[in-house]
Each structure stands twice: as structure tokens, then as C-alpha cells.
Write a protein that binds this ligand. Structure first.
Ligand SMILES: *Cc1c(COP(=O)(O)O)cnc(C)c1O
Length: 465
């Protein structure tokens, strides 16, 4: 054992070795960090000698091998791009909406410089971050006033807390939804301090049910968009217009609609789904609406609150506004995204673009891919028609006709191929159907094709005879 210990070179000697300098260069680290990494590897080797795991191997090369492993894991990022080959446009696990080029450019611009985030350029005095995009939200939604918080879950909590705490909030039993990630309307209501008054049944709620539940304690009528499920058959719900009519002149009752996904682009024109438009909900007479920034809107994570000025003003002054305030990078991305709507360029937003892709356009990308896989021998490819989902807990039951490439290989089961693609660099997330891997090209851009081909090439390399 002593012999082995003696074989560990002293630090000052290791520092002079070629490998030390090489690794510094390759991983772009300075001498002092490299030295501390080398110390860590020596400690590891020492304990391996003591435990008997390390018996006389070449200690010097082991040090550099271990140092490289540490450097490799240090330089890897945990959050990284993946190729979404599932065809699901708003994949909740894959970061929901992809941002537009403009939105990305704005983030880079604002993040790399000082900005007027809370500075009024005209007066030279302190400004408010609420002023950055309020006018734009008003323009695209038709609301009297607006503000933004971190996400729509925060917006729901905020509104319930600010207006419903210690009072009664009436909700239809058919709308007590659970959104992925354990967000339940009933639980969030409890957290907010508002008292939930359930009315109606799972499948049917009538105007009369609300009417009978209204009391002196009623602070709010809450309508929740059933984003991620659909009730069919013997069903009835009360429209926003009816609720607005019921509220009538009761100034003390707020009519709030949680729209879930914020739809500003009318997908129904293209025959896709039946999501309520933000503009229409406001027009129907609600006092406030809230919706997500990164669902069908196609922007960054955000919770947009729009509606009557008197309520928005109260929210802006509320303590929680500071707690839930959104970051400047998200403001930059959201402003650019909303501008696209204001400039009639919504179709350039990746989420909208991908939803509206025609089968012909998707087929073109799939064909380009098949032209670039020459030389790959272990796979079989076949173009096939599929249906893509929209995802993100939106448009339940709606699918979009799409084109996929079906991949199989004798070397691997569909499950193992999917796993290898997922574990590769870049990671590729696929769909499996009938024992085949499916690449749905709705969510793959032409710019990603080279990387996709490389991913298959890497899998093939490990299976060449
Ligand atoms: C998605 C959704 C939320 C939560 O929105 P996030 O932006 O994900 O926080 C709240 N309510 C409804 C109805 C939703 O669909």
C-alpha cells in the first residue's frame, strides 16, 4: 500500500505535465480550478488504495482519466435542448412553447444590457414594469387594463387571494379541474383563503344553481376553462354571458374567468378545436380573465391578467404583486410575442405555425430527412400518416393530421431504440406505436434535421458489425 501511495506524483509535478495543460485548454478552465480537480482525483485514488480497490494500475494515467470525467460532468448542462419528435406541439415535459426568433433576440438584447425595466425614460424617474406591456395586452385583447405575473397558476392564486380571501367564491362542480403537476382549483382556492362554494353537478350546472348560491358573502363567480378534458353527452354549463347577466348590477361580485390557455389567434377558423378566445371572453362581460403565456399563446412562461381597470389597479398595488412579479427576460420575450399578434404576424410564432402546418409541409420535411439518411444501414424507414396532439393540457380530443417516419431495426426493439435516441446527444424524444418508433415531423424543423440524422448515426455506430 505504501508503495502505491508513493506512486502518486506530487501536485507541483502533475501541474507541469502535458495532460494538465491540455485539459485546461480543452475545458477552458484555469490552473487553480484544474489543481483542485486534480486534488479531488488524488483523494479518490487514495481512498481506493485504502479500500483495496486500486491495485498497482498506472496511477498517473488514472489521475488524468478521473480529472477528465470530473471536467466533463462540470461542463455539461442539466437543462439542454432536445428534439421533440412526438408531434405534440405543446409538450408540457419538453418546455411547452418554443419562442419565436424575435422573442429570443429580444431576450438576448435585454439580458445583455441595462434596460428601462423600472425606469421612466421621459421623466427620468422610477417607472413600473407593469407599463412595459400593458398597452400591448390591451391592444390585442381589447381589455381596459392588464398586468402579468409568473404563470397562470400564480395568477389564479393571486386573484382568489386578492378578491376572495375570507369570502365565498362560487364554482361549478364541472369545472373543479386538476391541471398536471398537482394544481387543483379546489386546493389552490383553499391556499388562497377563499371559501369554495360548489354548485351544480359534474355534468350539469344551471344558471339557477349559481343564483341560489349567491349570498352576502359572495365575492366572486369563478369560471374555469376545462382545458384538459371534455364532458360529452348529457351536459350543461352556464355561459359567460349568462353569468355576467346574473351578476348584473352587483358591484361587489367579481366575475373571473380562468381561461387556461390564452388563445388570441382564432384556431376555429382553420377548423381546429373550440378554444375560447380571450377577446370574446372579455367581450362577453367578465371582469377579469387570466391565461398562460406559454400554452397556445406561444410565448414565455407567464400569467396574463386582463380586465376592468379598477380590479387590475387593486392587483398592481397588492403585496403579492411583488412576490409573483415576472423577470425581465420573460417580459422581453412576451412583448415580442404579443407584438407578433399586434402586427398580424401570429403565424410566425412557432406554436401557431406548427399547429397550422399542412400535411404537405410536414411531408416535405420528412422527405428531406429521408434524403439525408443515406449510408445508414441498420434501419428501415417508412413514411406514414399519423395524428399529432396539441398538448400542454389544451384542446382535449383534438388531433391534427400529420406525417411521420416509422423506424425499425432488427438490432433493437422499439423500446430500446427509443431509449438510445433519448440518451443520445442531442436527446431525441419519440413516439412508440405498434412496436415501431415514430418520428412525427410536425414538431421537427428543417434546421434540426442534421442533428436528427446524427442521432441515428450515433445509434448505428454502436451496432455496426
Ligand atoms: C394550464 C392552466 C393553468 C395553469 O397555468 P400555468 O401557466 O401552467 O401556470 C391554470 N388554469 C387552467 C384552466 C389551465 O389550463
Amino acid at each position: 500500500m505504501k508503495e502505491l501511495f508513493r506512486n502518486i506524483p506530487p501536485i507541483h509535478e502533475l501541474q507541469k505535465q502535458h495532460s494538465f495543460i491540455q485539459l485546461c485548454k480543452r475545458f477552458d478552465v484555469d490552473k487553480s480550478l484544474m489543481t483542485s480537480i486534480v486534488r479531488t482525483t488524488i483523494d479518490k485514488i487514495r481512498s481506493e488504495i485504502i479500500s483495496g480497490e486500486m491495485k498497482g494500475a498506472n496511477i498517473n494515467s488514472k489521475i488524468w482519466y478521473e480529472a477528465e470525467v470530473i471536467l466533463q460532468s462540470k461542463s455539461n448542462f442539466n437543462l439542454m435542448p432536445v428534439i421533440n419528435a412526438t408531434g405534440t406541439v405543446l409538450h408540457t415535459n419538453l418546455g411547452r412553447a418554443r419562442l419565436s426568433r424575435e422573442a429570443i433576440d429580444r431576450v438576448v438584447e435585454v439580458a445583455s444590457n441595462y434596460s428601462n425595466l423600472e425606469f421612466d425614460i421621459e421623466s427620468g424617474k422610477r417607472g413600473s414594469r407593469h407599463d412595459i406591456i400593458e398597452a400591448l395586452i390591451k391592444e390585442v385583447t381589447g381589455a381596459e387594463a392588464a398586468m402579468v405575473v409568473n404563470n397562470n397558476a400564480a395568477a389564479v392564486y393571486f386573484i382568489l387571494n386578492a378578491f376572495g380571501k375570507g369570502k365565498e367564491v362560487i364554482v361549478s362542480r364541472g369545472q373543479l379541474v386538476e391541471i398536471g403537476g398537482s394544481f387543483r382549483i379546489s386546493s389552490i382556492m383553499e391556499e388562497s383563503g377563499a371559501k369554495l362554494i360548489e354548485v351544480g353537478t359534474t355534468n350539469k350546472t344551471h344558471l339557477m344553481d349559481y343564483q341560489e348560491a349567491i349570498s352576502d358573502e359572495t365575492a366572486m363567480l369563478l369560471k374555469v376553462h376545462t382545458s384538459n378534458f371534455k364532458t360529452i353527452g348529457f351536459t350543461q354549463s352556464v355561459s359567460t354571458e349568462q353569468l355576467a347577466g346574473l351578476k348584473g348590477s352587483r358591484e361587489d361580485i367579481i366575475l373571473y374567468e380562468d381561461l387556461g390557455s390564452g388563445v388570441l389567434y382564432d384556431f376555429t377558423e382553420g377548423g381546429i378545436g373550440e378554444e375560447p378566445l380571450v377577446q370574446k371572453a372579455l367581450h362577453a362581460g367578465v371582469d377579469i380573465v387570466s391565461f398562460s403565456g406559454d400554452k397556445l399563446l406561444g410565448g414565455p412562461q407567464a400569467g396574463i391578467i386582463a380586465g376592468k381597470k379598477e380590479y387590475i389597479d387593486k392587483l398592481k398595488k397588492h403585496q403579492l404583486a411583488r412576490v409573483l412579479r415576472m423577470d425581465k427576460m420573460s417580459f422581453a420575450a412576451l412583448e415580442a410575442t404579443l407584438k407578433a399578434y399586434a402586427m398580424n404576424k401570429a403565424k410566425e410564432i412557432p406554436t401557431i405555425r406548427d399547429m397550422l402546418l399542412s400535411v404537405e409541409e410536414i411531408s416535405e420535411t420528412a422527405t428531406l430527412f429521408l434524403h439525408s439518411i443515406e449510408g445508414l444501414e441498420i434501419f428501415e424507414w417508412e413514411i406514414t400518416e399519423v395524428e399529432s396532439m396539441i398538448g400542454g393540457g389544451t384542446m382535449p380530443g383534438v388531433t391534427l393530421p400529420s406525417i411521420a417516419v416509422k423506424v425499425s431495426t432488427e438490432k433493437l426493439s422499439a423500446q430500446s431504440l427509443a431509449e438510445k435516441l433519448r440518451m443520445g446527444t442531442p436527446s431525441v424524444v419519440v413516439r412508440i406505436q405498434d412496436q415501431h418508433v415514430l418520428l412525427d415531423f410536425r414538431t421537427i424543423t428543417q434546421g434540426e434535421l442534421d442533428k436528427l440524422v446524427a442521432a441515428f448515426r450515433n445509434v448505428e455506430l454502436t451496432y455496426r458489425d
